[in-house]
Design a protein around this ligand. Structure first.
Ligand code: F6P
Length: 323
């Protein structure tokens, strides 16, 4: 191994920079050359390679976003783009590639791995929807941002005896919503994995007032069928009947933009270093993640297309604590 390349792909996640830094410095420590690829797979197809030295990745560990830039690249499902990607990598004499990203990005990485190119993935997405790892880079920061918003909303909700819906990201996964609901002391969490109907949602919000609470706050996952937009439309019509006002806050991309927490910096650093360790050991076609407190390498076959299950015990606990 003489030269490796690293890219960040898909939605950015706070901590990606710390991962780039770790891959670069650990790669240099192995005696390899390290190249960064701008804007994910789109940059790979275009051949946007930049050499990285230790100084190039200085002063970035505390920054959100990604110094390499990221992109969604829907065309990377086509075999012609895979061939072009391999051509670019071979032309630049790159021996192995590190892909820092979430579900879609690791699918792209697996396509290259299945064509025989040495690829290692680093689990990075605020959605925490990747099998083969307990947690992904960026989740902790996104969760803390959601919590700050929830804490603030509870204050104003109590002053006005209003109900609030806070919609968090997560795509088809309810992890962020469930954790934000538990840590934020929400009265209800609404998740894509376990659908609940509008009648039950109404009942739960009303019950919070009946129990003497001064507010009722529900955390809603964007991927739920009854997401914030759907529930707002429903509650507009139900206002007279239920007797309280409802306000909606959609947190959106605010959750992705923060400076990484200490947890995310450390996780990203350990996973980035773990990717280089995997390459040095000749182990490729794997996702580097964390299970328990160990840094792990899970073969792509056990990651791609595998749905990460929701922790039902945590959901049951949330239901008790909501009271
Ligand atoms: O995958 C990360 C994520 O932030 C999801 O939670 C969200 O659904 C999606 O990306 C938004 O994508 P985009 O930034 O392309 O609008």
């Amino acid at each position: 191994m003489k030269r490796i390349a690293v890219l960040t792909s898909g939605g950015d996640a706070p901590g990606m920079n710390a991962a780039i830094r770790a891959v670069t410095r650990c790669g240099l420590d192995q005696g390899w050359e390290v190249y960064g690829i701008s804007h994910g797979f789109a940059g790979l197809i275009r051949g946007s390679f930049v050499p990285l030295d230790a100084r190039a990745v200085g002063g970035i560990i505390q920054l959100g976003g990604t110094m390499l830039g990221s992109a969604r690249c829907p065309e990377f499902h086509q075999p012609t783009t895979h061939r072009e990607a391999l051509r670019q990598l071979r032309q630049k004499d790159v021996d192995a590639l590190v892909v820092i990203g979430g579900n879609g990005s690791q699918c792209g990485a697996q396509e290259l791995a299945s064509l025989g190119f040495p690829v290692v993935g680093v689990a990075s997405t605020i959605d925490n929807d990747l099998a083969g790892t307990d947690i992904t880079i960026g989740v902790d920061t996104a969760l803390n941002i959601a919590l700050e918003a929830i804490d603030r909303l509870k204050v104003t909700a109590s002053s006005h005896q209003r109900a609030f819906l806070v919609e968090v990201m997560g795509r088809h996964c309810g992890y962020l919503a469930l954790m934000a609901g538990i840590a934020g002391g929400a009265e209800l969490v609404i998740l894509p994995e376990i659908e609940i109907g509008t009648e039950e949602i109404e009942r739960e919000l009303c019950a919070a007032y009946e129990r003497g609470k001064r507010h009722a706050l529900a955390v809603v996952a964007e991927g739920a069928r009854n997401n914030a937009a759907a529930l707002m439309a429903h509650f507009e019509k139900a206002r007279e009947r239920i007797g309280f006002d409802l306000r909606t806050t959609t947190l959106g991309h605010v959750q992705r933009g923060g400076a990484p927490t200490a947890y995310d910096r450390l996780l990203a650093t350990r996973l980035g270093a773990g990717a280089v360790t995997a390459l040095a050991a000749g182990e490729t076609g794997v996702l580097v993640g964390t299970l328990g407190s160990r840094i792990t390498r899970t073969p792509y076959a056990q990651v791609i297309g595998v749905q990460k299950p929701l922790d039902l015990e945590l959901l049951a606990m949330a239901r008790v604590l909501e009271r």
